[in-house]
Ligand binder design. Sequence first.
Ligand code: HAM
Length: 422
Amino acid sequence: MFQVPRGTRDFTPEEMEKRRYVEKAMTSTFLSYGYGEIQTPTFENRELFTEKSGESILNEIYAFTDKGGRELALRPELTAPVIRCYVERLQMEPKPLKLFYFGNCYRYDRPQKGRYREFRQAGCELIGVDTPEATAELLALAYTLLQNVGLKNLTMNIGNLTIIGTILKRFNLDANQQKTLLPLIDKSQFDDLLIALQDCGVPESKASQFVDILQTNDIEEIREYVIDDPSAVQELTEMESILGLLKTSFQISNYVIKLGIVRGLDYYRGIVFEIDAPVLGAEKQLCGGGSYDLVSLFGGTAVPTAGFAVGFDRTILALEAESFTFPSQNLDVYVIPVNQDMMTKTIEIVQQLRNHNLCADFDQLRRGMVKSLKYAASRRVGKVIIVGPKDLEHHAVTLRDMKSGNQESIPLSEIFKKLKTP
Ligand code: HAM
């Protein structure tokens, strides 16, 4: 017996129906915000991912050497590939450039519910603009994208790496010390953070004041804390106008400021955000993003960039956990010949139905009527057409409503009209 590789999944037609529904809903939201779709390869040159994050990222990704000796890697995310494509081909495009994508990603993670080695992301990158209205719209899009697929319970946390950075600078920490502290901040492990800060020589009162700031949602309190640092104050003012627009113009007020959001990837700077579905428990983060710097690193002319990615698989888990009713794509009609002599006419009818954009299928196992009707019911078909010689003499067929069991003889010329009206 063969099994799927660890951390990967197959998707049955029923599961694919849910995935296609989510993809369609997300696509129309992206399009409604003026984004255009982009697709990049599943694998890239390995340096694309090590350039910013260093060789240590190799532990977390699927990297390999091909037959020509090229060092490649399956993409762990799509921001670096999209920016590579931008620098290679799209730099001359008018700004702002709004790009969205769907794509499978690969990470050598420890698999569990909501965490896979092959997973799908839906995301977007906004290139060439960083006005407060543009950033506010990006945050609004992330939230609306998840709302529009049908999710009810979402929380958005918004942080800022520039502000955290200037605060940490005051503590005179070296790069290694920062590397130990950031994951503790990210995971809200505040007790451990207090100890770690003191281990780094930060006095207890300063450390606990910092931990308080990480947890406050009060912008004034943060301002007070960074007041003697002009760049942090300026960043905070900018953030305030973004949040103001998000609330008043984009009508999204379900967010909290959380300076503890530091994000795992190395390319972020400035505003960062995450959206959670609390219903999911441990792996509840549905979306992550923010502003970042990669264009100049990849050899392009520096422009502002920001974006986010939604975990597609987790979005579906969250919808299921909220008992969302996914629209189903059933067959419109199933056609059953009463005997083998009726097969030619049956196929002719089925093909005509398909040409009229109806989803139709017919009995190909030469089963009896009872078994065929049972099969139609198992496929949740609403209507069945029975093709028999008596009806055909009058250019008619029998139409059976599967819910009521009612049957009526209807002229062949009327079946399309009849099937299209619910
Ligand atoms: P990320 O936070 O690493 O950000 O991933 C985005 C989302 O992908 C997560 O919030 C989560 O829902 C989902 N995800 C991550 N890893 C897994 C996994 N192993 N299994 C299932 N789902 C997972 C990025 O990837 C950035 N590129 C986002 C971005 C775009 N930033 C700017 N532009």
